[in-house]
Structure formats: C-alpha cells, structure tokens
Design a protein around this ligand. Structure first.
Ligand code: HEC
Length: 204
C-alpha cells in the first residue's frame, strides 16, 4: 500500500501531465450560471440561492410610518458569491449580479422560545438582476411566483424606490453591514444617499 502522501504525489503528477481541461473535468460539475433565462426571456428562479452569500435580515421593515404589525415578517437578502467578491474589490456590482430577497413569517412561541421571534414559512421571494445588455437601466426586478418570471416594467415602483433611495447602484447597501464600509471606502455611495445620510442620520 502506498502511503497517503505517496498517493497525493501520484495524483498531483498525473494532474500536471494531463493539462488543466482534463483536471477540471474530474472535479464536480460547476453550478449553472446564477442568471439564466428561459427561451422566452423569463428569469429562471435560482433554486440554490440559500447557499449564496448572506447580506442581512430585516424584521418588519416598512417605508412609511404605521402601527406595529401583529404578524412579524423577516426579509433576508442573498447575493451570488462571484458578485459579492466583485463588490469587495470595487465597491460596486459587476454585470450579472443577482440578489434574492426572501420573506419569511416570524413566530414568537415555539419549542423552548419564550421571547423574541424566529423565522418559519417562506411567504415570498423577489429578485434583482444586473444585466446591462438586456435592461435599459441596467437592472430589473422579478417577483418570484413560480419557476420563472418576467421582468417588471422599468418604471415599476420597485425601480423607482430603489433608484431614488438605494445607496449603491440601485441596491440597499446602507442596510448590508459587510458592504457599507467598503462602499464608503471606495466612494461608491450615491449622491442621493449621502444627502439623505446628512439629514436623516443614515444607517451606521
Ligand atoms: C419604498 C421602497 C421600496 C420599494 C417600492 C421596493 N423595495 Fe426592494 N428594497 C427596499 C429596501 C429598504 C431593501 C433592503 C431590505 C433589507 O435591508 O432587508 C430592499 C431590498 C430589495 C432586494 C434585495 C437586493 C437589493 O436591491 O438591495 C430585492 C431583490 C428587492 N428589494 C426587490 C424588490 C421588488 C421586486 C420590488 C417591487 C415589487 C421592490 N423591491 C420594491 C425598498 C423598496
């Protein structure tokens, strides 16, 4: 029996002699590109978004004043890992960035929990995609109701709020704590957000 070290040495030698294409075939198949469309132009809902990079969870976030809700809701944001790495380099999103906002119900009492809220059933999901060749503004929104869905019009309420209030390239980086400092460093925060931060005290 060769020792474990000898076996590795043989594998490495083989890998070196076979060339990189053969080596990559021996590895598990790469996951499909995160942004894919059906033949009729619908965005295919990324099934594995829960394995992507976690950005943040908001609870009961609302953009108008109102009473405290009886049913709590959590929204959690994920982004594909390649685009996250791109953001850390440049402070903004590369083309083909895809972000998912997942909405789940909150529950107070259950199992050993007495105080606070934990997440339960998914009640919705929405997607935000950067695809400069395909969408006039560069980005589009998709409500995710089935396997695939059409982009909302570029004038939708989603587009308007994100364009007017989001801190970086129409995304709400002011609420994503691992990204906000990087955007500040790279000076990619939008003028509108910087003005809002001065008057309203911004996210910290
Ligand atoms: C009034 C403002 C407003 C409107 C309208 C709005 N959003 Fe957002 N959106 C937000 C905020 C704030 C966040 C950050 C959520 C968080 O921190 O958890 C967000 C985050 C998101 C994200 C995560 C990625 C990102 O861009 O930051 C997606 C996806 C998203 N929204 C989709 C939608 C869709 C689809 C619609 C329309 C159906 C919509 N939004 C309408 C304010 C808005």
């Amino acid at each position: 029996m060769p020792s474990r070290y000898e076996t590795y040495a043989v594998i490495l030698a083989l890998a070196g002699s076979l060339g990189s294409s053969t080596v990559s075939q021996a590895q598990p198949a790469a996951p499909a590109a995160p942004v894919t469309y059906t033949a009729d132009g619908k965005l295919v809902f990324p099934k594995d978004y829960r394995t992507w990079v976690y950005l943040s969870t908001g609870m009961d976030m609302a953009y108008v004043e109102g009473a405290d809700p009886k049913q709590h809701l959590f929204d959690t944001v994920f982004v594909d890992p390649t685009s996250y790495a791109g953001f850390l380099k440049t402070g903004t999103w590369p083309d083909k960035t895809i972000m998912v906002l997942e909405v789940r119900k909150g529950q107070g009492r259950g199992s050993i929990n007495k105080v606070g809220q934990f997440q339960t059933a998914r009640v919705g999901a929405e997607v935000h995609v950067k695809d400069v060749a395909r969408f006039k503004s560069g980005w589009a929104f998709f409500p995710m109701t089935g396997e695939a869905s059409e982009a909302l019009p570029q004038t939708s309420q989603c587009n308007v709020c994100h364009e007017q209030h989001a801190a970086v390239d129409t995304t709400f980086v002011q609420f994503y704590p691992t990204l906000l400092p990087r955007a500040r460093e790279m000076k990619t925060l939008s003028a509108a957000y910087l003005a809002e931060e001065k008057t309203a005290g911004g996210a910290r």
